[in-house]
Design a protein around this ligand. Structure first.
Ligand code: ADP
Ligand code: MG
Length: 518
């Protein structure tokens, strides 16, 4: 037995966490508390040291290998690996399995809402019953889970309210496939050690267990959710068995929809082949209608959650931006905030172009002054000649046609001007600005437009984003990972879409039935 077996021997199971030795099981699990014992072993709450933040709590089920021979242990491990690949919101996730000393350990998803049996007892003691809408919602979740497993040819064999768990008020079926894993070939013998309340006539009379036997058990759970009592009761094991095998088929009390009772009665047909499969039940018009209501409700929940998340994210982004540009005046801030990222990018580009123009203008003015001086000198040297030349604006006029033929125009030294303008342009950027004003306009337009959204975003990040550490702390984790319930509901919406044969959420939201109260 494992070291932590000592803890299991303590009475009532609610042992303080500190009482457990902080031994790492399988190099990653630390025991937190004992949750209880069942037909197959002891169940503990553990903390997974290698799990993502917020996903550490898991359940460890420890089963004594006992009579299992090595072959059966290997087989159990192989089947466990298969189970770990299954993923459905209505099935308790099977994470891993391993053999530790003489125990077979299974690591499963933790359902904080305890099992359905506890919930029923709690309601019963308080004199309460579940609302009809709640029962139908849960029944549909169970049907979806059972259908998923039956499609994969996996039987539960031990469906009962003690094996149905609550997590954020969603039902999850636990131990699916685990019975087979642990019972090996002697399933009937092991089954008889458990409760007979949910067992089908064929299982009790050793006529084989199949998917329809799970359907029988599911009907017993539906009855229990409605009536807060077992469908087949008796003072002892044998009297219960007799009721199941030979007794009348129970029906739901009058307050419940006739359609629901009829479905339950079909599921409790003594002949397995006459019972509907989970898939067939999901297609019954009454259930189909309920599926659509449920789909609308879940869609609304997920949309509301998404809106909430968007609002939170927006508030955090604004907060980070404000921190980064706190030196600007409030007026500037509000103006900048009103702009789109593209507008802000254009503004910066225009400012850069203005700066470039200002530098060129200054340089041209300097050269103009220089040349003016030189011309003055030439004039004084050649006083008879009256010459006015606007070196900047009338280069075109400085052609031989406009000058007296006989008098060659004294050459102006323009090279220094051109080369320094070129230098300036090179300094300011690699591109040459075209001389033609129209082409130049295009050049500027191109220069702005060639800036991709990506590069704009990059620049936005440099200017407005918060420091890395801030982002790490402030960025909310995606809803699907932060809130297990959200991801489960989203997954359920996916399942419902599949069952309803509907591909888009939008399509369903347009169904008028959506406005009906569920
Ligand atoms: P049983 O044989 O009655 O099904 P189990 O061994 O499956 O008993 O479970 C023992 C106890 O551990 C029960 O009280 C059950 O509610 C609890 N438990 C089992 N699995 C989980 C789980 N995944 N999350 C929370 N509690 C669990
Ligand atoms: Mg169980």
């Amino acid at each position: 037995m494992l070291k932590f077996q000592e803890a299991a021997k303590c009475p009532n199971g609610s042992i303080a966490i500190s009482a457990y030795p902080k031994t790492l099981i399988a190099r990653r699990y630390v025991l937190q508390e004992k949750l209880g014992s069942g037909s197959f072993g002891t169940v503990y709450l553990v903390s997974d040291k290698k799990a993502k933040q917020g996903e550490e709590l898991k359940v460890l089920k420890e089963i004594s290998i006992g009579d299992l021979n090595p072959n059966e242990t290997v087989q159990a491990n192989l089947e466990a690996q298969l189970l770990s690949k299954l993923d459905h919101p209505a099935i308790v996730k099977f994470h891993a399995s391993f053999v530790e000393q003489d125990s077979f350990c299974i690591i499963m998803e933790y359902c904080e809402g305890r099992d359905l049996d506890c919930k029923i007892q709690e309601y019963k003691e308080a004199g309460k019953t579940f609302p009809e809408s709640q029962i139908i919602e849960w029944f549909i979740q169970l049907l979806l889970g059972v259908d998923y497993m039956h499609e994969r040819m996996i039987l539960h064999r031990d469906l009962k309210s003690k094996n149905i768990f609550l997590k954020n008020n969603l039902l999850k079926i636990g131990d699916f496939g685990v019975s087979r894993l642990l019972m090996g070939s002697c399933d009937v013998a092991t089954t008889l050690t458990g409760t007979p309340h949910y067992m089908s006539p064929e299982a009790l009379t050793h006529q084989g267990y199949n998917t329809k036997s799970d359907i029988w058990s599911l009907a017993c759970i539906l009855y229990e959710m409605c009536c807060m009592n077992h469908a087949f009761t008796g003072s002892n094991f044998l009297s219960i068995v007799l009721k199941i095998v030979e007794g009348d088929t129970p029906s739901l009390p009058k307050g419940y929809p006739r359609e629901l009772s009829a479905i339950m009665e079909r599921m409790l047909n003594k002949s397995p082949s006459l019972r509907p499969s989970a898939k067939e039940i999901l297609k019954i018009p009454y259930i189909d209608e309920q599926l659509q209501h449920l789909m609308c409700r879940y869609s609304e929940i997920t949309l509301e959650d998404r809106n909430l998340n968007c609002q939170k994210e927006a508030a955090q982004i604004i907060n980070a931006m404000q921190k980064k540009i706190h030196l600007q005046t409030l007026r500037e801030l509000s103006q900048v905030q009103k702009m789109t990222p593209r507008e802000r990018m254009r503004l910066r580009k225009l400012q850069a172009a203005d700066e470039k123009t200002r530098k060129l203008k200054k340089l041209a003015e300097e050269k103009y002054e220089e040349n003016n001086k030189r011309m003055q000198e030439l004039r004084s040297r050649n006083s008879e000649q009256q010459l006015t030349v606007d070196v900047l604006h009338e280069f075109d006029d400085l052609t031989s046609e406009n000058l007296p033929e006989s008098q060659p125009f004294p050459s102006l030294d323009l090279d220094p001007l051109e080369s320094s303008i070129e230098d300036t342009i090179t300094d300011l950027g690699d591109h040459e600005i075209p001389e033609d004003p129209l082409v130049a306009e295009e050049y500027y337009a191109d220069a702005f437009d060639s800036c991709s959204e990506d590069s704009e975003e990059e620049q936005e990040e440099i200017v407005f984003s918060a420091p890395r550490e801030e982002i790490k702390n402030e960025r909310p984790r995606p809803a699907s990972r932060t809130f297990q319930q959200d991801s489960d509901i989203e997954a359920l919406v996916g399942c419902l879409e599949n069952v309803l044969g509907c591909t888009s959420l939008g399509k369903l939201l347009q169904i008028p039935k959506c406005s009906a109260t569920f």
